[in-house]
Design a protein around this ligand. Structure first.
Ligand SMILES: Cc1ncc(COP(=O)(O)O)c(C=O)c1O
Length: 438
C-alpha cells in the first residue's frame, strides 16, 4: 500500500493554520468566479495526496476520512491506477464509445456485468457520473415496463438532474425553486432502526389509496442511505421490497453509487441482505476519481434498442482504464482491507461513544460508517451545530470529515486506509470531541 513508504510522522501535519496564504489565493479566485451553488464544506485547497493522505497548497497534510465523498476508493495516486491512466492517455483520449469500439470499454462492461450480484446475464451502459446513471435508469425502467410511476424513499439522494432531484428527498434545498419536477414520483419511508422508523409502515397505505402497483415502473433504493445519513435498514426491509417488486412486475433499482465497489467489504452493499436488483447503479469509487459510472441491468431488462440512449463521453477510454485498474486494486487489497480496518474503526468509534455522550449511534459495514450525533441520547435530538463545528475543528487538526443527514459524520475513507491512519484519525476525533464538550 502506498502509505507504507512513508514514515509515520509525515502526516498529519499543520504547518500553517488553514487556509494558509497559498490556499487563500486559490479560494479567493474561486469565490470570485465559480458558481455560488458550490458547497465548499471547509477551506481545503488540495495540491496532492498519497494513500489516505491529502496535502494542501501550503504543505499541510491531512488524514482523509471522507475520500472526496466516497470516491477515492484506492486512495490518492495509487500507482496501479495512475499507470493505467497514463498508459491509456498516451494512446487515445476519445473516439466515442456510443458509436465505436475499444478494448477497455468492452472489458469494463464484461467485468461489471460479471461482478454484479445475481446469476442472470447482465448488460452495461457506461456514464460520466452517478446522476447520469440514475437518469438513464429512469428512462430504461419506463421504456422497458411502459409504466409511468416511480417510487423512491424519504432521505434518498440520487443526484442533480431533473429525474434525479425528483427521486431525491434528503434535503429540500436540492429541489426548492427548481420545479416543476418529474411527474409520477412518490416517496415512502426508509427503514431507520436507530430512530425506530419501520420503513414498511407507509407502503401499503400508498398502494391502497393512491398508486396502483400496476402503474409502477421501478423502485429506486439505496441499500444504505448515503447523503441521507448513512442509515442501514433492516435486511427484512430490503427483502420485502424484492418480493413486492417480483409480485407486481416492478423493477428494483439499487443505487449503489455511494455504497458500491467494495466500500462495505463486499462488492455491493446489497450482498449483505442477499438481495439482487434488476438494475444496479454505480459511479463514485468506480474510477478512483476519474468520472465514470454505469447502469448494470439484467439482459432481459436492458431492452432499449440501438440509438435510444447514448453519451458522447460516457465510457471514455482513460476513465475505463482507471475503472479496470480500480477494480483490480479493490479486489486484490481494498475489499479485505475495508473489512479489517472497518472493524478496527468501528470498535474505536464505539469506544469514543462510551466516552462522549454526544455520540448517539455508530453503525456501519466495512468502510461505510455513520456516526450520529445527538444533543441528548434519550430524546435523540440531532446535534447539527456540533457536527458543523466538528468538521471545522477536525480540519484544523489535520483530519478530513464530512457530514450527511442531519447530524451524522460519514466515515468513508479510501479503502487502502492503514492502521496508523485509522488510529491517528480516531485520536484526533477524540481530541476534537473533548475540546467541543468544554
Ligand atoms: C447514492 C447516490 N446516488 C447518486 C449520486 C449522484 O452522483 P454524482 O454526483 O456522480 O452525479 C450520489 C452522489 O453523492 C449518491 O451518493
Amino acid at each position: 500500500m502506498p502509505t507504507k513508504t512513508m514514515t509515520k510522522n509525515d502526516y498529519p501535519r499543520i504547518r500553517v493554520t488553514p487556509p494558509g496564504p497559498k490556499a487563500s489565493r486559490i479560494i479567493a479566485q474561486d469565490r470570485a468566479w465559480s458558481s455560488p451553488s458550490y458547497i465548499k464544506a471547509y477551506p481545503l485547497a488540495v495540491t496532492g495526496g498519497k494513500g489516505a493522505m491529502v496535502e494542501d497548497a501550503d504543505g499541510n497534510r491531512y488524514i482523509d476520512f471522507m475520500a472526496g465523498i466516497a470516491v477515492s476508493s484506492t486512495g490518492y495516486n495509487h500507482p496501479k491506477v495512475v499507470a493505467a491512466v497514463q498508459e491509456a492517455a498516451g494512446r487515445f483520449l476519445h473516439i466515442c464509445g456510443t458509436d465505436f469500439f475499444y478494448e477497455s470499454m468492452s472489458a469494463l462492461c464484461e467485468r461489471l456485468a460479471k461482478i454484479a450480484p445475481g446469476k442472470d446475464k447482465k448488460r452495461v451502459f457506461l456514464t460520466n457520473s452517478g446522476t447520469e446513471a440514475v437518469e438513464g435508469a429512469v428512462k430504461l425502467a419506463r421504456y422497458h415496463t411502459r409504466r409511468p410511476h416511480l417510487l423512491a424513499f424519504q432521505g434518498a439522494f440520487h443526484g442533480r438532474s431533473y429525474a434525479a432531484i425528483t427521486l431525491t428527498a434528503s434535503k429540500v434545498k436540492y429541489r426548492a425553486g427548481f420545479g416543476p419536477l418529474l411527474p409520477e414520483v412518490s416517496h415512502l419511508p426508509y427503514d431507520n432502526p436507530y430512530r425506530g422508523v419501520d420503513g414498511l409502515s407507509g407502503a401499503m397505505d400508498l398502494f391502497e389509496k393512491k398508486v396502483s402497483p400496476k402503474d409502477v415502473a421501478a423502485v429506486f433504493m439505496e441499500p444504505v442511505l448515503g447523503e441521507g445519513g448513512y442509515v442501514f435498514p433492516r435486511p427484512e426491509f430490503v427483502r420485502w421490497w424484492r418480493r413486492f417488486c417480483d409480485e407486481h412486475g416492478i423493477l428494483l433499482v439499487f443505487d449503489e453509487i455511494q455504497s458500491g465497489v467494495g466500500r462495505t467489504g463486499k462488492w455491493w452493499a446489497c450482498e449483505h441482505p442477499g438481495v439482487e436488483p434488476d438494475i444496479l447503479l454505480t459511479a463514485k469509487g468506480l474510477g478512483s476519481g476519474m468520472p465514470i459510472g454505469a447502469i448494470v441491468a439484467k439482459e432481459s431488462v436492458m431492452t432499449w434498442p440501438r440509438g435510444t440512449h447514448g453519451s458522447t463521453f460516457g465510457g471514455n477510454p482513460v476513465c475505463c482504464a482507471a475503472a479496470l485498474a480500480t477494480l483490480d486494486v479493490v479486489e486484490s487489497e481494498g475489499m479485505a482491507n475495508a473489512r479489517r480496518i472497518g472493524e478496527r474503526l468501528t470498535s474505536g468509534l464505539l469506544r469514543l461513544q462510551r466516552k462522549h455522550p454526544c455520540i448517539g449511534d455508530v453503525r456501519g459495514q466495512g468502510l461505510m460508517i455513520g456516526v450520529e450525533f445527538v444533543k441528548d441520547r434519550r430524546t435523540k435530538e440531532p446535534a447539527s451545530e456540533l457536527v458543523e463545528k466538528l468538521e471545522q475543528t477536525a480540519f484544523g487538526k489535520g483530519l478530513l470529515l464530512l457530514s450527511c443527514g442531519r447530524s451524522t459524520i460519514r466515515i468513508a475513507p479510501p479503502l487502502v486506509l492503514t492502521d496508523y491512519d485509522a488510529d491517528t484519525g480516531l485520536s484526533i476525533l477524540d481530541d476534537c470531541l473533548t475540546e467541543l464538550s468544554r
